[in-house]
Design a protein around this ligand. Sequence first.
Ligand code: MRU
Length: 349
Amino acid sequence: MRRMDIRSIEWKNDSIRIIDQTKLPAKLEYLDIKDIKTLWQAIKVLKVRGAPALGAAAALGVYLGIKDVRAPDFAGFNVQLGKVIDYLGSSRPTARNLFWGLERMRFVALKNKSRPIVAIKKLLFVEAQSIIEEDRVACRKIGEYGSRLIAKKDTILTVCNAGILATIDYGTALGVIYRAQEKGKDVKVYACETRPLLQGARLTVWELMKNGVDVTLNCDNMAATLMAQGKIDKVIAGADRIAANGDTANKIGTYSLAVLAQHHKIPFYIAAPASTFDLKIRTGKDIPIEQRKAEEVTELFFKDRMSHKDIKVFNPAFDVTPHNLITAIISDKGVIRPSYLKNIKKVIC
Ligand code: MRU
């Protein structure tokens, strides 16, 4: 079966074109973003989401924010650039890729500061395109490395959406599944719905079905039962940020899957490109975890409010899975196994 050819994010018609992921699965709708305020908002409300896609959004966003800047010299240009970078960096705190994308853009500008502003702008555009191309290649490599860990008839549990929609193409956790399928393995998937924003139910199910993967949807609280019934061979999740010791922030609920997997002696894998690793952060304790609006828990996706109007709500968007629960990290540079503190550096740097 030919893989669905969609672009979650790209530069088109002098604007950033994204798939509006809040409209899926009902509608596949594209949005042309022409200013960074609209981009910031799109990131905030998860119209564009997933760590690698956010890296691309950051890079293209920097170009969008500076392409019309008029400055007499580099110093003036750099002030505007700094404002754009800080602004985009304030959209969501957890995904390392977003900051990695911003840092790469800043670095290119500084490295070329003696050139004319128009040349710097061109170089920034080229850098944003390289970031996009690199992610495309990285996901293919993750898919290839990861697929070697998958047995012929494995059933895989995943959470959130770490697929085509969350990256430039192919995905990380879902890339492993796509590659295994291409190799003729008869993989099946259980997708956790992923409360509260339902990335699993809305996005993962949509893209896996479009690509002919056998997928079943389960509520998050059904994972233990699935494992106890022997229905799951492997768990594979994506990542938003991986600390130097392997502790991994990913969508809220990932940690509980890792605990359950250990109890049931099921391998638990994280799949992520090098751009998700943050080696300056030693452990998961230092990863900033985004707190989101209470309404996402009490109202969103329901016609009527489904909880008491004065209820206090706990709504972190991510959790941290301790490294000792992770069987291996599937990266674009190879599969990393414990001890992570030593091996991440060896493989990633
Ligand atoms: O809040 P989201 O939907 O942006 O969270 C996304 C995830 O947690 C993904 O698993 C992660 O970014 C990896 S995407 C390849």
